[in-house]
Design a protein around this ligand. Structure first.
Ligand code: CUA
Length: 353
C-alpha cells in the first residue's frame, strides 16, 4: 500500500513540475510563438498533427467507453456467446480508409512544407544575402558572403526578406537551432554544406542554441540573431566595413588593453573583417548581448572570462592565465568600448524574460 502511495506521490510531483516548467519557455526561444516564416510553417504542421491526434484519441476513447458499457457481461448472460464480427467487411474498410485519409491530410502539407523550406530559388537574385555559418567548439561564426563583413556569436539580419544560410562545422557536429524564426539544421565538419533560410517578421533579438552534443560546453553554445530594419541593416554593413582595428581608444587603460590584445590575442581573434580564426571575431563586442554567448556583459564577468575561461565554458580553446589580472582589466576596458554600430540597441530585447 505504501509503495503504491509513494509511486502516486512522485508521479503527482513530476506531473505538477512538468506543468509548472512548461510555462518557463522564453518568448524569443519558442517554437510555439513564431516570429518568422519557417517557424510559422512548422507550427502549423504541429497544430495539424495535434488536431489529428486529438480527433483519433477522442473517437477511440468514445468507442472504448461505449463498448465497455454496452457490452459488459451481465448477470444473466454468463453462458451466452455474443455475435461474432471478425472479418466484417464494412468495419475493415472503415478502419483502413479513415487512417489513410488522416495520413493524407498530414502528408500533403508536410511534403509541401518540406519542399518550401528547402527552396533556394531566390538565392542568386540581386541583393539577396547569403551568410556562411560555421559551428565551432563552442561558438558560432558568420561570414556575410560578398559583403566583406563577418561577425561571431551574433548574426545580424534584415527583417522581411530571406537570408540564406550555408552551414558547416570546423571541428565536430553542431546544430543551429533558432526556434522562433526558423527550425534547426545540423552543421557538419568536412565538405558537406547544409542550408536553410531565415525570414524574420519583426525586429528583435532572438535566441539560438547548439542542439547537437558537441563536448563538455555544448549546453553553453548559445548565439543570438539580431533582426533589424532593412535601412538599419544597410547602415550596419557600412559601419562594419569602416571598423578600424587600430583605432585608438579614449582611456589610457583601454589603450594599454589594445596593446596587450594585439600582442597576445590577435593570433586567434579578429576585429573588423577577417577570415575566421581559432577564436571569435570581436567586432562590435560592446554591442553584444552576452560575453562568450552566456555571461551578462559586465566588466567583472569579462575579466573573469579572460583570466579563467575554462571555469565558464569547460573545454574551450582559449588558454587560461595568458595575461595577468591587471592586463585582463585593461583588455576588458578595450573590448567594452568596441561599439561600432548602434544597430539593435533600440530593437525590442526579450532576453530577460
Ligand atoms: Cu555545438 Cu553542441
Amino acid at each position: 500500500m505504501r509503495g503504491w502511495m509513494g509511486k502516486f506521490r512522485s508521479l503527482f510531483l513530476f506531473g505538477t513540475l512538468a506543468l509548472i516548467l512548461s510555462g518557463c519557455g522564453k518568448d524569443n526561444l519558442s517554437a510555439l510563438k513564431p516570429k518568422g516564416y519557417s517557424s510559422e510553417l512548422i507550427l502549423d504542421l504541429m497544430l495539424i498533427s495535434i488536431a489529428i491526434m486529438i480527433f483519433v484519441f477522442v473517437i477511440v476513447m468514445a468507442i472504448y467507453a461505449f463498448v465497455l458499457v454496452r457490452y459488459r457481461q451481465k448477470k444473466d448472460d454468463e453462458d451466452i456467446i455474443p455475435k461474432q464480427v471478425e472479418g466484417n467487411k464494412a468495419l475493415e474498410v472503415i478502419w483502413t480508409v479513415i487512417p489513410i485519409i488522416l495520413l493524407l491530410v498530414l502528408a500533403v502539407p508536410t511534403v509541401q512544407a518540406t519542399f518550401d523550406l528547402a527552396d533556394r530559388s531566390t538565392q542568386d537574385d540581386d541583393g539577396v544575402l547569403t551568410v556562411e555559418v560555421t559551428g565551432n567548439q563552442y561558438w558560432w561564426h558568420f561570414n556575410y558572403k560578398g559583403e566583406e563583413i563577418s561577425s561571431s556569436q551574433e548574426l545580424y539580419i534584415p527583417t522581411g526578406e530571406r537570408v540564406y544560410l550555408d552551414m558547416k562545422a570546423s571541428d565536430v557536429l553542431h546544430s543551429f537551432w533558432l526556434p522562433s524564426i526558423a527550425g534547426k539544421m545540423d552543421t557538419l565538419p568536412g565538405e558537406n554544406i547544409n542550408t536553410m533560410y531565415l525570414e524574420a517578421y519583426e525586429e528583435g533579438v532572438y535566441w539560438g542554441h547548439c542542439t547537437e552534443l558537441c563536448g563538455p560546453s555544448h549546453s553553453l553554445m548559445d548565439f543570438r540573431v539580431v533582426a533589424v530594419s532593412q535601412d538599419e541593416f544597410e547602415q550596419l554593413k557600412e559601419d562594419f566595413r569602416n571598423i578600424d582595428p587600430e583605432a585608438k581608444p579614449e582611456t589610457d587603460s583601454a589603450v594599454e588593453g589594445q596593446k596587450t590584445f594585439n600582442n597576445k590575442c590577435m593570433s586567434c581573434h579578429a576585429i573588423g573583417n577577417a577570415p575566421m580564426g581559432v577564436g571569435p571575431n570581436l567586432s562590435n563586442f560592446a554591442n553584444r548581448e552576452r560575453i562568450a554567448g552566456i555571461l551578462e556583459p559586465t566588466k567583472e564577468n569579462l575579466v573573469s572570462w579572460i583570466t579563467n575561461p575554462d571555469e565558464h565554458k569547460p573545454g574551450n580553446k582559449m588558454p587560461a592565465n595568458l595575461v595577468d589580472e591587471q592586463q585582463a582589466e585593461e583588455i576588458a576596458d578595450y573590448l567594452l568600448q568596441l561599439d561600432h554600430t548602434d544597430v539593435g540597441e533600440d530593437a525590442p530585447t526579450q532576453s530577460e524574460e
